[in-house]
Design a protein around this ligand. Sequence first.
Ligand code: SF4
Ligand code: SF4
Length: 455
Amino acid sequence: MSKNQIFSHALEIDRSICVGCTHCMRVCPTHALRVRKGKAVLYPDRCIDCGECFRACPINAIKIKEDDLSALNKYKIKAALVPSVMLGQFPDNLSIKRIYKAIYELGFTHIYEVEQSIEFLRKQIFNYQKKSNIKPLISSFCPAIVRLIQVRFPSLTENIIKLRTPKDLTAEIIIDDFTRQGFSIDEIGIFYITPCAAKIAAIKSPVGEEKSVINGVINMNSFFNMIMNKCNSNHYTEEELMEIQTTSLPPMAITWSLTRGEAQYVKGRSFAVDGIVNVCDFLEKIENDEIQDVDFLELRACDESCAGGILCTKNRFLTIESMYKRASTSYNKRKNIKFNKNIEKLLINKMNITSIEPRPMNLDNDVEKAIKKLERIREIMCFLPNIDCGLCGAPNCKNLAEDITNNKAHISDCVFIQYKNLTDTEQAKNILTKIWGENIFEKDCSKKGAKYEGS
Ligand code: SF4
Ligand code: SF4
């Protein structure tokens, strides 16, 4: 497997607390989860880090990995790369200067807003459209969508615009700035504040790049709490706040990460689709030619795009309101100002993603073996009821048939087959234990809905 094909993941299942309820398995858009021995199991080659399982887990057994702020100590330049959606998390009466001040107190030496590169990127998307005859072109903004296409819609991989995302382009500006000032690359630490798991995974194993230029990732929910603690425990004087320089962004940049943020600026017939279920549905129609003559697709895995990221703390609609308020008071004058020529030259050299490879959920890399496996799956399907009950620990009957073919499950895992074939209760018990764990047979009055719930 090439480097481009290895996905690292931001999600971890805490097996010590997972109760095997299957909620996560049922919402996963790439069928990357199973329940075995009463615990959720992740198939890493299928997971796209969309975070749907995290949202669905009723007991928070799915955790999101993040870097610790102590990682800042390795660097002389400690730059926080902040998306505008993060500033939208705070109460409207908390000024951006106070937020910046708190970020400096947390140990950062510099703050950059991710969307500083948007004016440049918008122009490049326009040029890309002009040169390309592929329809529809699909935005590369949302990393969960890029991975979804690689895994589940591989024939559309070539439709993804091979331009790097705003966070990477802004990181290049930061690196250029400090290397010009004489700092070595090892002295510059760039930490992205992320609203979702997919962006963590994209930084840890970027698609089409050997290594990310971003050095660490901090989760937005924990960062938000740290900033609020600082703001609540310190009274910053007007004088202290006067020194703080904040970034000026045009309205277009502030709202770029929201639904229609990109699509409204491209030429031709465009759609902005958000929410993973809607995106899958739309892509199926594109793949089957049920929807044609589309020029551009802005696809985002979360409802309301980044405002609905799993690591956002504020209600997504209130976040959008705050971001539009900020956009309405941000300056419009800069609209006509040209992007600094030197930076433009730098970014033109750095803007391309070399390649995005399809990563289909193949039954086998060997075509002959794959055909044989497909035949076997079809044979097994003759016996399975095809009602997708999920009681076997797989999301649907076809996935169970695949798992059986790949020696990861047994036909007797299907409860209907058990009912038909098993007369030996001990054997039935062994099978149920294999899927649901020992505890499934035990009386437990503390479980949800039982007599002593929660005791
Ligand atoms: S993050 Fe998304 S793709 Fe990965 S296991 Fe969870 S729901 Fe499935
Ligand atoms: S949702 Fe998934 S991870 Fe959470 S308890 Fe249920 S099976 Fe375990």
